[in-house]
Design a protein around this ligand. Structure first.
Ligand code: FAD
Length: 397
């Protein structure tokens, strides 16, 4: 069959791109090596609960156009993310706000909270300057940076252990620039995100992506078509010449394509010829608890002490205000990444960004191959940014 586009990856980027191209009258073949669509936003219904299989996903944006766009494909509930932090059996509200400060110090007013934070941060800066024999404070590592911004109590209880688990390194061995600011909210407001719009698609993210991919033929005015093949790896599916797709683009089954959009890893695409980009990975441990109706009373509880090996526990039913019998929880463990592991977070430090820009330059030589999404563009994108980037790419075609 003859297609205008081969889209590699049925994640959010690939799905938005395919949808918009079909609206423009193009015929699109979408392949994914996984057995299901939706990439990392895949949700799977178990015990009547939509389980976020590749990590908890909360949609939030201030981009009205993107918000209106996703609302065409799903109805969003009014879920507001209000995570709780657990430190040695003390519970604190996040993000750092008056509820957190009141619990930590037994105070009531913003002025009291500000005075304590300023005093603690000031004492730490003075101590560090004294130890370094200087009067001009410069943070040499993440610990020093966090202490200078938030003081000892918040650093020890809510920042240190969590950050060390996330990065697999001591805060003293992490660069200061990782934490540029530690936003403090001097109001009683537990809403984690500052964005104007927020929610969870009712019925799960997979249904949203299926609608984008026209599964079940939605009634949108679409003159093109989308064909989806799962369990199909690009490297086995496309005829290759060395590491690159042979020209003209063809599949091993005789399909042909004018252009390719690739949303997998860009370094893998080029056979790692310039080097390997690095990621942080995650391991998820999911537990079904048919006899427990409400495990932790909140969708997200962060564990901020280092001795507990996971960073958070997600209780999926609370994303959709579930009241049914039983519950499902997932413990999230940060992990080092090696070839073959799921690449979750790009490591956007200087070294990796430089390597990525070399790959971008190389990619520029192939006009009929586009690179998109979190892995193709090696960027930590939130979902709204992925949609925005995909719509922008469509507009350029
Ligand atoms: P992906 O979803 O990774 O899709 C890429 C697809 O390409 C995959 O399905 C993969 O199987 C396929 N693929 C790769 N290589 C090949 C190949 N060789 N052949 C065939 N197929 C291939 N964003 C938010 O806005 N809110 C959140 O709360 C949030 N939480 C997150 C939590 C975690 C733990 C993580 C990791 C991310 C979170 N995000 C969140 C970001 C969000 O997941 C991404 O923005 C989005 O999923 C990226 O979509 P994508 O299509 O670029 O990539």
């Amino acid at each position: 069959m003859k297609y205008d586009y081969l889209v590699v990856g049925a994640g959010l980027f690939g799905a938005v791109f395919a949808h918009e191209m079909a609206v423009k009258g193009k015929n699109v073949l979408v392949i994914d090596k996984r057995s299901q669509v939706a990439g990392n936003i895949y949700t799977e219904n178990k015990m009547g609960i939509n389980v976020h299989k590749y990590g908890a996903h909360i949609f939030h944006t201030s981009d009205k156009e993107v918000w209106d766009y996703v609302n065409r494909f799903a109805e969003f509930n009014n879920y507001i993310n209000c995570p709780v932090a657990s430190y040695k059996d003390e519970l604190y509200n996040l993000p750092f706000n008056m509820n957190t400060f009141s619990k930590m110090w037994g105070i009531k007013t913003p002025a009291e909270a500000k005075a304590i934070i300023d005093k603690q941060a000031g004492e730490e800066i003075e101590r560090m300057n004294r130890e370094k024999g200087t009067t001009e404070f410069v943070a040499d590592n993440l610990e020093e940076q966090a202490l200078s911004l938030a003081g000892r109590d918040i650093y020890e209880k809510l920042v240190k252990g969590y950050t060390e688990k996330q990065w697999g390194r001591d805060c003293k061995d992490l660069p200061a620039f990782i934490i540029k600011r530690l936003p403090m909210r001097y109001i009683y407001d537990n809403n984690y995100f500052n964005d104007r719009y927020q929610g969870i698609p009712m019925g799960g993210y997979t249904a949203l992506v299926e609608k984008l991919l026209l599964t079940g033929k939605e009634n949108e005015a679409v003159s093109g078509s989308i064909t989806v093949k799962t369990d199909t790896d690009y490297y086995d599916f496309v005829k290759m010449e060395g590491n690159l797709p042979a020209q003209p683009f063809e599949s091993v089954n005789g399909d042909s394509f004018e252009k390719i959009l690739f949303t997998g890893m860009i370094d893998e695409f080029f056979g790692y010829k310039l080097g390997t980009l690095e990621y942080r990975s995650l391991r998820f441990e999911t537990e079904e608890l048919p006899d427990v109706d409400n495990y932790q009373g909140n969708a997200v509880v962060n564990y901020t002490e280092r001795d507990i090996p996971y960073t958070r526990i997600i209780e999926h039913k609370h994303f959709e205000y579930g009241t049914g019998k039983g519950t499902i929880i997932t413990r999230e463990y940060p992990a080092n990444w090696k070839h073959g592991d799921e690449p979750y977070y790009p490591m956007n430090d200087e070294k990796n960004n430089k390597l990525f820009s070399q790959y971008t330059e190389l990619a520029g030589e192939y006009r009929n191959i586009l690179f998109g999404g979190r892995l193709g563009q090696y960027k930590y994108y939130n979902m709204d940014q992925v949609i925005r980037a995909a719509l922008d790419m469509v507009a350029e075609q």
